[in-house]
Structures are given as structure tokens and as C-alpha cells.
Design a protein around this ligand. Structure first.
Ligand code: NZQ
Ligand code: ZN
Length: 394
């Protein structure tokens, strides 16, 4: 079966060395006259990137104001601060300088500025965004794929609720990507980013729609490429060629290309979001801690997919007489890869301590919205299944 699809990827990608020198003309071409430069905790200031951005805007005669301090797993409180600032300063364009956290914070501000009610209404399911300020991105970490995605994931400070919403309104006008700007990434962030990129592809590859072989081939090539490139850049952080593969893959993995004809599962993501909400862990690392357990939980019912993954992606020899053994070796191979790049393969490794039964119950409660929703598509998971996977992963 091939699922019908509607592919929309409107973001202009400006890729390569010195691409950030085109920022002024890109903002002007998108009508920006008063810009909010939004950024994170300091890496963009330290690397000199923010100075380049400011200089480019000044040269283009574009006024701007600034708001830094976005934390990983971005918070609603910062979004509210940004909305107030944009209204006061009459901002008409947001320039996100950073990664998924800064981009998602920008998207949320973009939704909030033209909205009369409380911006959290969108994540609480009380309202649907009707407008969003235009957003451009200078990407500094390939990981979340938010630069081309329709998602916006925010954590409400109170109750630590981490939730995502999707709308084409927040798709970025442009994304400037210079792989050299990722040389300064700490190894852990590089590895977590590669894990997240691969997972965005795997969440669409593991699907009950198995007949779009072109999409499978794109996904498999993307997965092999990111795995191989990640292994290189862990030892050679300034390897442009491999940084470039990862950066481009990060956008393609989450702009829905790898979903053409298949279906989003995203159960691992939903399970992980509870980990990063509760413990503040890095999203990609949380995914590595969960995925092998999810895979073992669902594998028996979807054996042919897991065999295809093992053989075509992880290079496992096909033991035709024992498909379940081939599938299991594929999972073991990705666990070995995670260990090689310093990613955890269990919650214990992720947190550095045992997780309690009570903490698991809290995550199940939040993930299932108090037992009212299921997650996943290839295999639908009810609260009991969620609990079992957390226990397997602990
Ligand atoms: O804050 P600074 O100082 O900039 O440091 C950041 C941050 O600590 C650092 N960093 C970024 N670029 C750097 C750098 N350090 C040195 N050199 C550079 N060039 O890296 C750390 C992580 O940054 P962050 O933006 O949090 O990373 P990522 O892109 O992984 O974003 C994670 C967030 O995105 C959400 C995640 O849940 C999480 O909240 N996601 C968003 C998605 C979307 N909107 O489509 C999809 C994803 O599945 C994900 O859920
Ligand atoms: Zn992700």
C-alpha cells in the first residue's frame, strides 16, 4: 500500500560557506523591516555569528532588536517575553539564530504576536493558529529539522508539559546553512543531533505503508549517510564534507520528504518528550534511550520492515531462515552505533541513575493525557504499552 500524500516544502535553503552573508538580502526579499534576532544561551555570540548577522542587517538598512536566552527544550515564559517585545517594538520578521529550540521559540512568538488570547491555547488544544509572523533561520545545529518542518514544540514551565503542534503557517521563509558554523558543536550535541535526524527518518520508515520503494531508498541512503558521517565528525569536527551531509540530511529528514507514501509513527518521539519535559535531557539522547525498546516491543508484528532496516541500513547479513534473528541484529547494530557516538541505550544511561516506578507512571499519565489518547501509527500504543516500553527501556 502507498499512502496518498500532499508534499509542501516552501522553505528556501541557502547552503554553503559564507551563506550567512546573504541574510540582509533574504530578510529584505521577505519584507522584513523590523527584525527580532532570537538566539540561545551564548554559542552564537561566542562564535561571532551574531556579529555577522547584526552587520548584515545594518548593511541592508534593516532595523532590529534582540532577545537571547532560549534554553534547550524551549520554555513558554521566554515565548511570552518575546511576544511582549515584538509588540512593543512592532517587529514584522523573526530571525532565529540557533537550533530547534530557538526556531521553535521563534515560531511560538510568531503565532502569539497576532493572537488576542493566551498563546498556550494553541498547545492546549483550545485554539488553532490563523497567522504567524514570517520567520527566517540561521541554523547552527543540524538536529530537530525545525528549519523546514511544520512543527513547533514548547514546554510550559508550570507542570513541565512539553507539547508540539503542526501548521504550515510557521514554515520558515528561508534557512541559511553553513556547515562550518557547526564545527563548534560539543560532541554530545553532534551525536544527539545525528540521532534525532536518523529518528525523524525512522519514524516514517517504520510504517505499515511499505510499497513506496523510492521513499524507502531515499530514507535508507539518508540513514546510512548520517550514520557514516557522524562517525567521522566525532573525531574530525572540522570535516566540512561530512558536516555538510549531516546538515542537509537534517532538513530532508523532517521536511516530510521521507513521508511521501508512508505514514508518521512518532511514538518514540512522544515517549521521549516526556523524558525531556521531566528531566530536561537532550532530545536526541532521549530518543536513543527509548528506540531499541520500542523496536523490540513492536518487532514481531512488523518483521519484514525490521529485516529490511537491518539489511539495507545496518548492513546485517540476511539470515533468511531466521528473520527474527536478522531483525534483532539490526537493533543491536544501531545500539552499537549509539554507544560509539556516546549516546545512551537505556534510561539508566541517559539519567545516570535508576528511574522510579512513580516517575514512569507520571510519564505515562502525561503521554496518554490521563489515559485519553493513544500514540503511534504502525503500532498503536495504549497507556499499558507505553508503560511496558518505559520499563523495557529503564
Ligand atoms: O543555547 P546555545 O548556547 O546556542 O547552545 C546550544 C544548546 O545548548 C548548542 N548549540 C547550538 N548550535 C551550536 C551550539 N553549541 C556550539 N556551537 C554551535 N554551533 O546546542 C544545544 C542544543 O540546541 P537546541 O536548539 O536545543 O538543539 P536541537 O536543534 O536539537 O533542538 C531541540 C529542540 O527541538 C525540539 C526538541 O524537542 C527540543 O525541544 N524538536 C523540534 C522539532 C520541530 N520543531 O520540528 C522536531 C524534533 O523532533 C524535536 O522535538
Ligand atoms: Zn526529533
Amino acid at each position: 500500500m502507498i499512502k496518498d500524500f500532499n508534499f509542501y516544502a516552501p522553505t528556501r535553503v541557502v547552503f554553503g560557506r559564507e551563506s550567512e552573508k546573504k541574510i540582509g538580502q533574504l530578510v529584505a526579499a521577505n519584507g522584513g523591516q523590523k527584525v527580532l534576532i532570537h538566539y540561545g544561551g551564548g554559542s552564537a555570540e561566542r562564535s561571532g555569528l551574531l556579529d555577522v548577522v547584526r552587520q548584515q542587517l545594518r548593511e541592508a538598512g534593516i532595523a532590529f532588536c534582540e532577545l537571547g536566552g532560549v534554553v534547550p527544550n524551549p520554555l513558554l515564559s521566554k515565548v511570552r517575553e518575546g511576544i511582549d517585545l515584538c509588540r512593543r517594538e512592532q517587529v514584522d520578521f523573526i530571525l532565529a539564530v540557533g537550533g530547534g529550540s530557538v526556531i521553535d521559540s521563534s515560531k511560538a512568538i510568531g503565532y502569539g504576536v497576532p493572537y488576542d488570547g493566551d498563546v498556550w491555547d494553541f498547545w492546549a488544544g483550545k485554539a488553532t493558529p490563523k497567522q504567524c509572523l514570517p520567520i527566517g533561520v540561521v541554523l547552527t545545529i543540524p538536529a530537530a529539522g525545525s528549519e523546514m518542518s511544520s512543527s513547533c514544540v514548547i514546554t510550559a514551565d508550570e507542570g513541565l508539559l512539553k507539547r508540539g503542534i503542526n501548521s504550515d503557517l510557521c514554515r520558515c521563509r528561508f534557512a541559511v546553512m553553513n556547515p562550518e558554523r557547526t564545527y563548534t558543536l560539543p560532541p554530545y550535541q553532534t551525536a544527539a543531533g545525528a540521532t534525532d535526524i536518523m529518528m525523524h527518518t525512522m519514524e516514517r520508515y517504520f510504517s505499515k505503508y511499505e510499497d513506496m520503494t523510492l521513499t524507502d531508498a531515499i530514507s535508507e541512503a539518508l540513514l546510512r549517510t548520517v550514520r557514516d558521517a557522524a562517525l567521522v565528525v566525532m573525531d574530525h569536527p572540522e570535516d566540512y564534507r561530512n558536516r555538510a551531509q549531516i546538515m542537509w540530511a537534517g532538513s530532508l529528514a523532517h521536511n516530510d520528504l521521507t513521508e511521501c507514501g508512508t505514514e508518521k509513527d512518532f511514538a518514540t518521539h512522544r515517549l521521549e518528550h516526556e523524558l525531556s519535559a521531566l528531566f530536561g535531557v537532550t532530545h536526541g539522547a532521549g530518543l536513543a534511550a527509548i528506540w531499541p525498546s520500542w523496536a523490540r516491543f513492536v518487532m514481531d508484528k512488523h518483521l519484514s520492515r525490521f529485516v529490511q532496516f537491518a539489511v539495507n541500513v545496518m548492513g546485517v547479513p540476511n539470515d533468511f531462515a531466521h528473520p527474527e534473528a536478522t531483525a534483532e541484529r539490526g537493533i543491536q547494530a544501531i545500539e552499537a552505533f549509539y554507544r560509539q557516538i556516546g549516546m545512551p541505550t537505556s534510561i539508566h544511561e541517559l539519567l545516570g541513575r535508576d528511574i522510579t516506578d512513580q516517575e514512569i507512571d507520571t510519564m505515562v499519565e502525561k503521554c496518554s493525557r490521563g489515559g485519553t489518547i493513544t500514540i503511534g501509527a504502525m503500532e498503536v500504543l495504549d497507556p499499558q504499552a507505553m508503560r511496558t516500553i518505559y520499563h523495557m527501556a529503564r
